[in-house]
Design a protein around this ligand. Sequence first.
Ligand SMILES: Nc1ncnc2c1ncn2[C@@H]1O[C@H](COP(=O)(O)OP(=O)(O)OP(=O)(O)O)[C@@H](O)[C@H]1O
Ligand SMILES: [Mg+2]
Length: 261
Amino acid sequence: MTVAGTEPQGAEPILRLRGVGRRFGGVHAVRDVDLDVHPGERRALLGPNGAGKTTLFNVVSGEFPPTAGRVELFGRDVTTMPARTRAKLGLTRTFQTSRLFLGLTVEDNLYLAVLGVRGGHLRPVRLPGRDGALRKRARDLAARVGLEDRLGTVVGSLSHGEQRQLEVGMARAGDPKIMMLDEPAAGLSRGERLALTELLLTLERDVTLVLIEHDMDVALRVAERVTMMHDGRVIVEGTPAEIRANQLVHDLYLGSRYTDE
Ligand SMILES: Nc1ncnc2c1ncn2[C@@H]1O[C@H](COP(=O)(O)OP(=O)(O)OP(=O)(O)O)[C@@H](O)[C@H]1O
Ligand SMILES: [Mg+2]
């Protein structure tokens, strides 16, 4: 169901999905999803656990291909294109489980992101050479996510909120055109969620933002349009006000564990 009369007008979508499905054996994790996200838009993807949100992200970022349908990014068919090529085209994403280098400093994590090193659990044996301009870029990124005073801090000793801020900074390193964040507010305290919300609201409009978020305060504050998934399908799409007023959303979601604290 799409709420009528709310389709954004104008530019071609930066992300367009048509009939996208992904099966794992007998499990239909995602089915028959159509989605248009326009340049500069802030879109939230909501849905109960197991709804297929992360699987949809994986199909869009190229972790694996869909088993049905078509994925277009920047007006190109990227359905079978590998993740690294999509990243070069301007897509960046974060993962539900953080992929920071916990044993390195904030500055070194950002420096590695500037160099295009993808995060993981292993600490690099040796950091690549100290390129002054790239170091400056790393420090600029820290300032943009409010971590300018934490440059020398080892990431493992940051608060959860600061780690999420750092992930946003790292995601910005390659000057992406579209940024996809998988549950950036998960596990954060109320104060940290507010800080993250403010950070997301200050992101430049030349970056399109798609975020998966269980926290309705964050999702409905940051997003202009909301897509709700259930059982692999998109079941509702609309503005935050329409989502708040939608009975189906209340039945499936707001009435369950995600009620206000
Ligand atoms: N690699 C996989 N192999 C098999 N089944 C999978 C795989 N990834 C996801 N699934 C299944 O697909 C369905 C959707 O999972 P997905 O992780 O996309 O949901 P989600 O909406 O992100 O949930 P959550 O809110 O808990 O993160 C679930 O039934 C899940 O068990
Ligand atoms: Mg998920």
